[in-house]
Write a protein that binds this ligand. Structure first.
Ligand SMILES: NC(=O)c1ccc[n+]([C@@H]2O[C@H](COP(=O)([O-])OP(=O)(O)OC[C@H]3O[C@@H](n4cnc5c(N)ncnc54)[C@H](O)[C@@H]3O)[C@@H](O)[C@H]2O)c1
Length: 266
């Protein structure tokens, strides 16, 4: 039996993780490699990628690490060229770089606002800008962008830039999907909800609950109809489906990975 991504070449950005365990990008690298993809793993932090590389190599997968700041156009162009040099092509892009900063419009300073736009939205624009000509020319390609339920609903904290940029990722993906559909390129978005990824311990508990991880987890679980929290592996399985040929008739849409949270209004 062949893997669901056998022979495909996938760029995955944010391939590391801020701590040990299953962040979204790390999980995508492992899951895509399990299904036969060659992984071009992109991150600006080499240490964050160590566990990702070890996990992929442990299962006999092929992974090439590449350091790149995906908010910088020239670095992104060089990164895409390096992937083509290393693997001889490019079939899939998974955009996973991003994260939240707390604050509403009055308490968030302008620098933070701009950094959020670059981090969550410009990164997606720049990588798509660099891969789309190649995908269009070969007449096929699949892009999976990562948004958040914070881009579609209130998720328990004021984070106006994160919400706006993640909503932007969704609409950006929809319109690019329509533009590139005649060229055989599909563009979809995964919309993770409140997951238990290492980011919870490393950053979010400090930002939101004075470092009390259990209190933060309890407040997040309360919003989830399934009553438990998924992790990066759940996002990776959704991204795998959207990136694979099983989703050949699916473009310009979103797949929520949130235990039902998007539907419940309280
Ligand atoms: N974790 C969650 O609960 C959750 C929920 C909804 C959406 N998301 C989204 O999922 C994505 C990944 O989040 P996570 O918490 O799994 O990942 P993470 O924060 O653990 O890891 C992200 C990786 O991106 C890298 N990175 C940061 N800036 C970069 C840059 N400019 N260029 C290249 N690499 C860079 C970091 O070094 C890190 O290794 C984000 O877009 C986030 O908004 C996460």
């Amino acid at each position: 039996m062949t893997g669901r991504l056998e022979g495909k070449i996938a760029i995955i950005t944010g391939a590391g993780c801020v701590g040990p365990g299953w962040g979204n990008g790390r999980a995508a690298c492992v899951r895509f490699a399990q299904e036969g993809a060659k992984i071009f793993a992109v991150d600006l932090n080499a240490a964050h990628m160590t566990e990702t590389l070890a996990r992929v190599q442990a299962l006999g997968g092929i992974i090439e690490p590449h350091l790149c700041d995906v908010t910088d156009r020239l670095s992104v162009e060089a990164m895409v060229a390096a992937c083509k040099d290393r693997f001889g092509g490019l079939d899939i892009l998974v955009n996973n770089v991003g994260g939240s900063a707390r604050g509403g419009p009055v308490d968030m300073d302008e620098d933070t606002w701009q950094r959020q736009i670059n981090f969550n939205l410009t990164s997606v624009y720049l990588t798509c800008r660099s891969v789309l000509p190649h995908m269009a020319e070969q007449g096929r390609g699949a892009i999976v962008n990562t948004a958040s339920t914070s881009g579609t609903r209130w998720t328990g904290a004021a984070q106006c830039a994160y919400a706006a940029t993640k909503a932007g990722v969704i609409q950006f993906s929809r319109v690019v999907a329509v533009e590139y559909a005649p060229k055989g390129v599909r563009v979809n978005t995964v919309v993770p909800g409140q997951l238990h990824t290492p980011m919870v311990e490393t950053r979010l508990a400090g930002q939101r609950m004075g470092g009390d991880v259990d209190a933060l987890l309890a407040s997040r679980i309360k919003r989830i109809p399934l009553g438990w929290m998924g992790d990066g592996r759940d996002t990776a399985n959704a991204a795998l489906f959207l990136a694979s040929d099983e989703a050949r008739f699916i473009t310009g849409t979103e797949l929520a990975v949130d235990g039902g949270m998007s539907v419940r209004c309280d």
